[in-house]
Design a binder for this molecule. Sequence first.
Ligand SMILES: [Zn+2]
Length: 319
Amino acid sequence: MQSWLVMPDEVEPKILEWQERYPALVHVDHVQQYCGLKAYAVTISDKSVPDAEKKKHIFSQPHAHEPAPTAACMNVMNQLLERRGLDGNPTQLAVDALLSKTLLSFIADGNPDGRSRSPERYWDGTKWSNEEFWKWMRGIDAETGEAFKRVDRWSTREDHPKRIGIVYEQINEHEYVEPNRSWESSFFRLIHMLLDRHEYDQLLDLHQTEFVNSPSNCMVILPVLQDELPPEIRESNAAWAEEIVAAWATAGGHPRPEPRPLSYKGQQREYFVQRWGHIYRRLSKLTSEVQNNNVATPPLEQRRLTEIAIRVSAERLLR
Ligand SMILES: [Zn+2]
């Protein structure tokens, strides 16, 4: 799988190569992680066209145990710049219109620290049970031997997991954060850097989940505050979600038909209200989920379904 770029030592050189070869199209930002690795945001647009005339989109990927969205972002960026996928096949994207009429920012890997500690470049369901997979994700609790807790931040001053989960990012000598749930993560530092610079129209957060006991292998999740958002954002979210679901169904995916708001309760819900609320109220924001760690959805299918969500999201800005 040479076209599958997910590890920091695969992603970083390709981004730096694009920056060097396409200075008229590529802008690169980065933040430094405590571990020494850099997390990147790559913005692609024709710089000769004023930004004010363009629709703007962020595609982001916070979770190290969900590599297909990283592979998808890298493949889509390659299509925008090289007009072919990383496998050499010609692109189906409306490249010229996207470059001149939109500005597309990609955080292909928001946590290279976690990704570099992953034992796998993809999760195809042949090697690890979901229980074992979740112990790679969250880590292993030293007392129970079960998966470690999922919190916004924790410290080795209080907790001593037997294994540190790859979902976490180390931010100083003792502390770790969950990128999607803490503003101190490299992921959120990059998101806030982008939002401070441009008025974005849409943000698609790219995820994977296991779809245990479900006939589906992809779904769109609306913001946890969907029902309380201003009408124009609420309606835009709903229409956009339907378009992604329809495209998946047409392309042979198995989407959950009804997009619903994030169903978390209690503390997990609060994380999203507190960390994402200001973004929900400012622009259209959806989450896509594609099946992970299941033989029903092999890695290249995981990437293809994620790319469909990206394509539909970007091309709707051209209307
Ligand atoms: Zn996720």
